[in-house]
Design a protein around this ligand. Sequence first.
Ligand code: UDX
Length: 440
Amino acid sequence: MRVTMIGTGYVGLVSGVCFSEFGFDVTCVDIDEAKIAKLKKLQSPIYEPGLDDLIARNHEAGHLTFTTDFDAAVAEADVVFIAVGTPSRRGDGEADLSYVFEAARRIAHAMRPETVVVIKSTVVVGTCRKVHEIIEAERPDVPFSICSNPEFLREGSAIEDFMRPDRVIVGVEDERGEKALRQLYRPLYLRETPIVVTTLENAEITKYAANAFLAMKITFINEIANLCEKVGGDVQQVASGIGLDNRIGGKFLHAGPGYGGSCFPKDTNAFAATGRNNGAPQLLVEATIAVNDARKRDMADRILEALGPNPAGKTVGVLGIAFKPNTDDVRDAPSLVIVPRLVGAGVRVRAHDPEAREQAERLLPGMEWCDQPYEVTEGADAVAVLTEWNIYRGLDLKRMADKMAGDTVVDLRNIYRPEDVVEAGLNYISIGKKAYGADT
Ligand code: UDX
């Protein structure tokens, strides 16, 4: 079976490469010539552990090719995936589907009869039907099938998530589509992965409902963290306590500075808009969005407070800019709200991130970059941890204290043990716990 993947963004590239690893012949298409040129040199345009190796291996084995020639790639395919972007539209937060519809029109012109078109991009309910109408209008006499196959990959562990997912969701409208997707996911089925075959609409809603629920779960524990701070609790212990209830589950209960990334912020906004547009407001999701937005600002204020009554002119060393570890992605990262708020208050901000510099440099003017983690602590009045990269976990706190001008660590990811920080002679402000003072 020949597969063509339209769009070599995160989801498209990882999925295309992984299907080639399953042994299918995959062509990845993008209109961005620079991206395709890079891929032809077997270099991944995104940072994702393990991806470069899979690209090289499958390209050399002859399963994986890259091209900008959309029409040729579609014409030779049995299954065409649409994995183009669905960014938030400015103003109303709704998903911009114009790239999906444009891809559908072009596929209609180039495809051969009985092509199976699969929408992998995250799209609001009803989009797959619209894609069907678009293709049918362009090629009324040619049989084809539409499927929905949403993706649940996490950045940083995307390959593992693709190869060992909790489940695969497949929305279909006919047998041809179902058969093609069952065949494509057969390697996972053999590993006993549940394959949920359902309608197009159910598949579309499932994707948004899953992300909205996870975003809500994180936001829930973040609010519990606020309460813990006020009453002398410890959110990590509360999270373990509730997480052991199988109905709740322990994952996605790490309190932090608010969720970011390319999916949760965009998808919760789009889902809330879908609810409003269809007369079924999703009030929990609306509240999640508002609480999460406010949280990022509150985190900046927490750091400013740690600097005392006159933060202007003080220096903060920031560890971590990416929205989470093992990625260079900074989309909707808490750092993009926190750093400008600090800079706006006249604070000098010096930051380190192992991967995100290239992506973040132009988004964070007025911030200085350091090459090494210890460099950010030099002369800092406070050090703030924004991303839980492993290399920050093992920093020598005593060495850090010696280099700092001040004595406060604001750990927004709870990566240190309060006793260790205090032992190094530093004050420790974290999430969902009381503040620990070096002299208390
Ligand atoms: C997410 C979903 O997990 C994935 O299924 C979907 O397809 C795309 O969106 P991703 O954005 O890569 O994946 O990252 P994820 O690990 O889910 O983290 C998202 C954000 O939530 C990050 O900012 C992270 O720091 C935050 N988070 C996550 C928490 O604050 N606490 C947690 O317990 C988990």
